[in-house]
Design a protein around this ligand. Structure first.
Ligand code: XMP
Length: 512
């Protein structure tokens, strides 16, 4: 395996994904606990991430001696490069030459890192993002690549098996970056590609059996990819010791609940309790228009319903959850202070503690794209695996203002037409999320010879890699016009359609 030491870069997770894509297992650990991680993992190589600190600051994060002493290959990225130089006797200078964005690196010398990827004397696009830079190399190091603003863009001490770069090979703006990581893990560290989802499936099935024994497991389904893949995997391991609970809050899209229930019950033969509590949810949400209050009510009712159903099943020792690796990674904190809550996304946090059950979390080691591959491996349909994310509170936060059954019904129809048009035009997979929002605003229109006074529907579509930032999707105007016409013609209650051209930031993806 490979250890990634995190110095707080925004893109540390991308390093892990690039390495996993080469078929090699890796873990991210904060720099503070890197020594312990070295001992526990015994990695075949170490990557030091970038980060926001300056090595020149007092209390700047340093490199644990256990890493430098282990004799395994090291690759330093940006801050990682500067920290290496600082630790080994080189010199770093504060940023008079801040460099952000694309740059061209010229290969000055052959090295194991660029071997077979970049030829000598050629120039290649890379992504820079740094303030400080290295100005004098430690003994034993030599320059293997330069850029106009970074004379030490790539350095190496091949005898000590240390390589370091000023740029970020993990981002897409460094087009050959993935190949450099592949060189590092395969050629330099000598790790073979054994991390596959087929192997993971087999290993996890054994682990689940071992953990659960003859016990009973309950799994909450949400209709999303994570909980579904977790459920199918666990069922494969322990069969009917697993029961799924689907809390139907009545805030799902058109026909979605039926699809989930049919798929699990009829196609996978997984014992499933479908609790239709939509009336209770709608009653409690009646007259509520504040977004965070909606989330709190939905979260509370969800937990109460789930607990009640679990009790009816006679209890169980284990609770299954589709927790992913990004939720598990301990983050590096420099400020220590809490960040501002924009929205409370974790609507059902605290469930496991309340229920006093042991957790079964078979996806804890995986990134989202790996979960999708595992889902395919388990035979889940492509239409299901490629689905856009859907928020826990469902359509409640796509109906700004008060929620009524009539409004939800109108929204469902409009949303279904919009998604149908997106699918038919072959754009679904290019979009991170697309959905309709029913605005609490009525406008005047004319249809036939009559006046109409109906709701406005807003359409939203964004591209994103992780939901943290997003750009609005650039539809062709004809597509939007056609979709608007269909919605207005087919959905009673909507007489006007608008398209949201706000990116995130400053907007958020959902309207509430
Ligand atoms: P925002 O609107 O914050 O959304 O830009 C980012 C991503 O999170 C989803 N989202 C939620 N998911 N509970 C969830 O489970 C929530 O309350 C919630 N609010 C937003 C949103 O759909 C997008 O994918």
């Amino acid at each position: 395996s490979i250890l990634i030491v995190d110095y707080g870069s925004q893109v540390t997770q991308l390093i892990a994904r690039r390495i996993r894509e080469t078929g090699v297992y890796c873990e991210i650990h904060p720099f503070q606990s890197a020594g312990a991680a070295m001992a526990a993992m015994q990695p075949k190589g170490v990557v030091l991430s970038g980060g926001p600190a300056s090595t020149l600051d007092e209390n700047a994060p340093t490199i644990d001696p256990a890493i430098l002493d282990a004799g395994v290959p090291i690759l330093g990225i940006c801050y990682g490069q500067q920290a290496l130089c600082q630790a080994l006797g080189g010199k770093v200078e504060a940023g008079h030459h801040r460099e952000f964005g694309r740059a061209e690196v010229k290969v000055e010398k052959t090295s194991a890192l660029t071997n077979g990827v970049w030829d000598l004397c050629t120039e290649h696009q890379v992504w820079m993002s740094h303030g400080d830079r290295v100005v004098a190399l430690p003994e034993g190091f030599e320059v293997v690549g330069t850029s106009p603003n970074a004379p030490f863009a790539m350095i190496a001490n091949e005898a000590r098996r240390i390589w370091a770069v000023q740029f970020h090979p993990e981002v897409v703006h460094t087009p050959d970056g993935a190949k450099l990581y592949a060189n590092f893990v395969h050629q330099i560290c000598g790790v073979a590609s054994t991390w596959t989802m087929a192997a993971y499936r087999a290993k996890m099935i054994e682990k689940i059996r071992e953990q659960v024994g003859t016990g009973k497991v309950i799994c909450g389904l949400s209709g999303g990819v994570d909980s579904s893949v977790a459920a199918v995997l666990i069922h494969e391991a322990i069969g009917d010791q697993l029961t799924c609970i689907y809390v139907d809050h009545g805030l799902m899209r058109l026909n979605e609940s039926e699809q989930v229930v049919t798929m699990f019950r009829d196609e996978y033969n997984i014992p499933l309790v479908h609790v239709d509590v939509s009336k209770v949810f709608l009653r409690e949400l009646d007259g509520v228009s504040d977004p965070e209050t909606k989330r709190k009510i939905i979260g509370r009712l969800f937990i109460e319903t789930f607990e009640e159903e679990a009790k009816k099943l006679g209890g169980a020792e284990f609770l299954a959850q589709g927790t992913l690796y990004p939720d598990v990674i301990e983050s590096v904190s420099f400020t220590g202070g809490p960040s501002v809550t924009i929205k409370s996304h974790h609507n059902v946090g605290g469930l496991p503690e309340r229920m006093n059950m042991q957790l079964v979390e078979p996806l804890r080691e995986l990134f989202k794209d790996e979960v999708r591959i595992l889902g395919r491996e388990l035979g889940l349909p492509e239409s299901f695996i490629g689905r856009h994310p859907f928020p826990g509170p469902g359509l409640a936060i796509r109906c700004p203002g008060g929620i009524t059954p009539e409004k939800l019904d109108i929204l469902r129809q409009a949303d279904a037409i919009y998604l149908d048009e997106i699918r038919k035009s072959g754009q679904y997979d290019k979009i991170w999320q697309a959905f309709a929002v029913l605005l609490p605003v009525q406008t005047v229109g004319v249809m036939g010879d009559g006046r109409t006074y109906e709701f406005v529907c807003a359409l939203r579509a964004v591209t994103s890699v992780d939901g943290m930032t997003a750009d609005f999707y650039q539809f062709d105007m004809n597509f939007l016009g056609k979709t608007a016409t269909r919605i207005i013609n087919e959905v009673r209650g909507i007489n006007r359609v608008v398209y949201d051209v706000t990116s995130k930031p400053p907007g958020t993806i959902e309207w509430e």
